[in-house]
Design a protein around this ligand. Structure first.
Ligand code: ATP
Length: 392
């Protein structure tokens, strides 16, 4: 068990690349903490600094309050499971599991007991005499985890451990890692570029972009109250849709709908910038033909009509790609993450995705009436990209 703190960590490589900027993070004891971000944002660099494979340019790594920044990796009591999990092909599963303990010169009886315990935990018992070539990808992954577990580290670091697996196996392994962490209750720092993995696995998640932490929170906090446009667009699939909006008097004017500002930002006291970007999650639309939609506890929800350009029918639900005409889009700040396209007649359009039930009557090329819940919208400053209202 261990609590990890990163204090003011920066990393600048010899060629001048700035991989991390003044990073502060606290990973609680027993927590499964996810670091997520696009390729090249500094995830592996941060992990390597924690485990001791790379030295930070500034700052300290603390384990249970003790600085470890200048300690050797082998003295940090941490175990790392890498992207291309390294297990020895010429050794059996048993020998692979025992290897790190032999290196540490543990007593043979202790080695046998720990290997047995890890094999039981990971359900590798029947496979102990097999060599890696005779294992599936998921089983090899479990052996790699087992080699970390036998060492009984205070912290596990996992660098994209599932990226070599196919989608189905990745799903299964996610469940296994979560179950394992719940049983072991060892602190885990898990790095991925996959937001689904982050959302489904993490107790808490940090979103990293270009070496800067954007937000730290539970998956729910990141999803419901993203701190800025980057987090809003990165977390969630299908992604949040974005619209340019302007304040006129006490109304929030969007391309397909005007709403009273008080329904979107109830109780907001600080001045709201005039130019905004409104974020809408696909599930916050509802087709108004649906008896359950269109009202909020008896109050009618605002509705609008849009053309369905394309439908992704997924069985349990369908995703309607809506075409939204936009006026005066050309002078909008580039912070708007949605692409605005211009048709042959010179009119601007953008796309929003609505997630509705699979039996909702909808057809490509047809109009549909949809409602949306103003209280569920996310509002961002169009210039800074920062969230406006209810701080995360
Ligand atoms: P990925 O998901 O693709 O593995 P990442 O988020 O783990 O990416 P890092 O590997 O931490 O990203 O790299 C962060 C930045 O630092 C990148 O711009 C990368 O090109 C750069 N970088 C990494 N190692 C070095 C190095 N030794 N020298 C110079 N730049 C480096």
């Amino acid at each position: 068990m261990a609590e990890i703190r990163l204090v003011d960590i920066s990393k600048r490589f010899a060629d001048g690349t700035r991989a991390l900027e003044r990073t502060d993070l606290a990973i609680h004891d027993g927590e499964l903490f996810i670091l997520v971000g696009p390729s090249g944002c500094g995830k592996s660099t941060l992990l390597e600094i924690v485990v001791g494979l790379s030295a930070p340019s500034t700052g300290e790594v603390l384990v249970d309050g003790e600085p470890v920044t200048r300690k050797d990796p082998k003295d940090r009591n941490m175990a790392m499971v890498f992207q291309g999990y390294a297990i020895y092909p010429h050794m059996t599963v048993r020998e692979n599991l025992a290897f790190p303990l032999r290196l540490a010169r543990l007593d043979p009886a202790e080695i046998a007991a720990r290997v047995q315990q890890a094999a039981e935990l990971l359900e590798l018992g029947p496979l102990l005499e097999r060599k890696p070539a005779a294992l599936s990808g998921g089983q090899r992954q479990r052996v790699a985890m087992g080699r970390a577990i036998v060492r009984r580290p205070a912290l596990f670091l996992l660098d994209e451990p599932l990226s070599n697996l196919d989608a189905r196996l990745r799903g299964q392994m996610r469940v296994e890692i979560k179950r394992l962490q719940q049983r072991l209750r060892t602190t885990m720092l898990y790095v991925t570029h996959d937001q689904t993995e982050a959302m489904t696995l993490g107790d808490r998640v940090a979103v990293l972009r270009a070496g800067v932490i954007q937000q730290v929170g539970t998956p729910r906090q990141l999803y419901e109250t993203p701190a800025n446009l980057f987090v809003a667009g990165f977390i969630g699939a299908p992604a949040m849709g974005f619209l340019p909006a302007e304040i006129e008097g006490d109304r929030l004017c969007m391309p397909m709908l005007d709403l009273p500002l008080s329904t979107v930002l109830p109780g907001e006291r600080t001045p709201v910038p005039r130019r905004l970007i409104v974020g809408i999650r696909p599930e916050h639309f509802a087709a108004v033909q649906d008896a359950r939609a269109g009202t909020d506890g008896g109050r009618p929800l605002p509705c609008f009509r849009a053309r369905v350009e394309l439908i992704d029918w997924l069985g349990a639900e369908q995703h309607l790609h809506l075409d939204i005409p936009v006026v005066g889009a050309s002078d909008w700040p580039s912070a708007l993450p949605t692409q605005i396209t211009c048709d042959d007649a010179g009119n601007d359009h953008l796309r929003l995705v609505a997630r509705v039930e699979s039996d909702t009557p909808a057809a490509e090329g047809q109009l549909i009436d949809l409602s949306l819940d103003p209280g569920k919208l996310s509002v961002f400053d169009a210039h800074t990209g920062e969230r406006v209202g209810s701080a995360p």
